[in-house]
Design a binder for this molecule. Sequence first.
Ligand code: G3P
Length: 478
Amino acid sequence: EGEVYRYYADGEWRASASGKSVAIVNPTTRQTQYRVQACTQEEVNKVMEVAKVAQKAWARTPLWKRAELLHKAAAILKEHKAPIAECLVKEIAKPAKDAVSEVVRSGDLVSYTAEEGVRILGEGKLLVSDSFPGNERNKYCLSSKVPLGVVLAIPPFNYPVNLAVSKIGPALIAGNALVLKPPTQGAVAALHMVHCFHLAGFPKGLINCVTGKGSEIGDFLTMHPGVNCISFTGGDTGIAISKKAGMVPLQMELGGKDACIVLEDADLDLVAANIVKGGFSYSGQRCTAVKVVLIMESVADIVVEKVKAKLAKLTVGPPEADSDITPVVTESSANFIEGLVIDAKEKGATFCQEYRREGNLIWPLLLDHVRPDMRIAWEEPFGPVLPVIRINSVEEGIHHCNASNFGLQGCVFTKDINKAIMISDAMETGTVQINSAPARGPDHFPFQGLKDSGIGSQGITNSINMMTKVKSTVINLP
Ligand code: G3P
């Protein structure tokens, strides 16, 4: 306790006039680890004003200069990987090595975004009029992509750095200003990341980072008239945001229930390895985690045994020790997961391991013979608990996948490429992975959730395009 980390506005670090702070509880020790400022609505207003002014000048800054600054920030971010990773370990209990990877991946993402931006934004379009009936060639339309204005970026706790820069990079290269509202868990890592952009020398006011309670500034930010675009990743608060937001482009990624469909001819060792990696990396706290296994009955016993053997080898403990399974982010999250486990128990699921929990730490658990009447067949635990549903036909698997409210990713395991493509076409999800667990990266791939999983496509290229609008000038000849 003691020090309260400052928020970032108009190029400087400030203490909030509220005199209040928000505590960040370390998921492992369950003690307050850090404190951040509880910003007020007036402070948000001020930030919106400075962002608007800074954006106008930034939009006139040559594209190559914007790219140069982003490359600089990317390099500084990578230099700061150790202290930022340490924050991720303390704030969100991300295993030590994964925490470092998150920062390095973020630096790479920012560099790639700078390069992609100079290429795609360096091109415009010329249209001539006589292709449309009734026109002569007397009109020339010049169109190019121009920034939207001020982008509000709200990343989630599970990637407070990476899912912040995946919004910041595209916004900045496209000429927008930025207001970042980091998640409470992960806010200090995010502030440190912002510090790297500060050191890179971006103009003041262009990037701002406000911290505080969602109840105090959440709606105020998302409904603020100064916001020209919202890019949000998180839970179903995104649905509430999209209902309240004004007439601004929205990019939302709101979780998933990614299915893993396993056919009889699959490479079963590959399946088991991907179920463990896909279901249990970062203790299942990824929106692209495998969240339900839909497996053909004839191979289910073998795969369940293989997965059990692998789960027994996972290390369970503190993130500092780089344990495979670490405490989930909050006590309420652990309680929610436990609720799903108890429901499954009452309804007769087979427990492949004994359910074990200490504080926020939940031991990896595979639940076999899960049926559609159990909550865990449909809900997203966001924890190290994975249901297995045995199926008797591929259609049954596709049906379960498509009956979900979510539609982020999914995967199918088979050696028959024709079947794999047909199943992919039938699955109502943004992405289907063939013979691998779902994942967002590589970060330039499109990333889009269908249904309640979101709106607007992400991935570096799509995000840059999404954060622009088309401006046209028509030359009319006499
Ligand atoms: O949960 C956030 C989502 O974007 C997952 O990313 O890289 O773990 O597939 P990744």
